[in-house]
Design a protein around this ligand. Structure first.
Ligand code: CDP
Ligand code: CDP
Length: 226
């Protein structure tokens, strides 16, 4: 039986940084589901598909092939066979990912792929609906959050370190707008699962969050072993 850890939460809470690290420590596979929505968002942008164009979206869901492979432990997302990891990290793609994630048919397509991955191997999977919808039987569920100010500050630092000029207030506005869209969509919105453990990382370092989740995992796996 494979083991699964679900990490959900809003943008910039630290999900991917932390999940990637824990995957290495526990020898699990890290599945970044946001990257799959981003690949879909990229396809919508490249093909000028608008969110109200239901026929085009249905067509895209049947024609587009999104798959995952791992190179030296790093997840790569392939869009119709092309590795798009280098193209999906922009704010424009993030916004489009959030818009196309409101569409049920897009979600059903990607959830199928996510569940397949979790069947085969031990996974730590992060996203918005992992504990509530994708893996309702996950062995450990964490809802990782932080204040919008803190999350905006982290994004601002990331961009500034790369030499990209940006305004922290604009970043916070974008983050709040994306959270609202993710929390208020009809199908599989972002919310804390009833059995998820809340971890607020606003005043915790990355290492402190990792230690806390590993501790939760050890506690859970000991109680599973009886
Ligand atoms: O995946 P998600 O959008 O939730 O967040 P992330 O991309 O993993 O983290 C956003 C930024 O916050 C990264 O630059 C992390 O290094 C940083 N971070 C932090 O400063 N303190 C934490 N406790 C967690 C993340
Ligand atoms: O890195 P960041 O937290 O900014 O976003 P992400 O995890 O890369 O996800 C991009 C967008 O995909 C999110 O804003 C969500 O709208 C959507 N998403 C989702 O709906 N469900 C998931 N399981 C993962 C991402």
């Amino acid at each position: 039986m494979s083991y699964s850890i679900a990490i959900d939460g809003p943008a910039g809470a630290g999900k991917s940084t932390i999940a990637k690290n824990i995957a290495k420590k526990l020898k699990f596979i890290y599945v970044d589901t946001g990257a799959m929505y981003r690949a879909m968002g990229l396809y919508f942008l490249q093909n000028n598909i608008k969110i109200e164009e239901t026929d085009k979206i249905n067509q895209a869901c049947s024609n587009v092939n999104i798959s995952i492979e791992y190179v030296e432990g790093e997840q790569q997302v392939l869009l119709n066979g092309e590795n798009v990891n280098g193209l999906i990290r922009t704010e424009e793609v993030g916004k489009m990912a959030s818009s196309c994630a409101t569409q049920k048919q897009v979600r059903l397509k990607l959830v199928e792929l996510q569940r397949e991955l979790a069947k085969k191997t031990d996974v730590i999977m992060d996203g918005r609906d992992i504990g509530t919808y994708v893996l309702p039987e996950a062995n450990l569920k964490v809802y990782l959050t932080a204040s919008s100010k803190e999350r905006a500050g982290r994004r601002w630092k990331e961009l500034t370190d790369k030499g990209i000029k940006c305004d922290i207030n604009d970043i916070e506005k974008d983050i709040i707008a994306r959270d609202e869209q993710d929390m208020n969509r009809e199908f599989a919105p972002l919310k804390q699962a009833e059995d998820a453990i809340l971890v607020d990382s606003s005043h915790l370092t990355i290492d402190e969050v990792i230690d806390r989740i590993i501790e939760l995992y050890q506690h859970k796996s000991n109680s599973l072993k009886g």
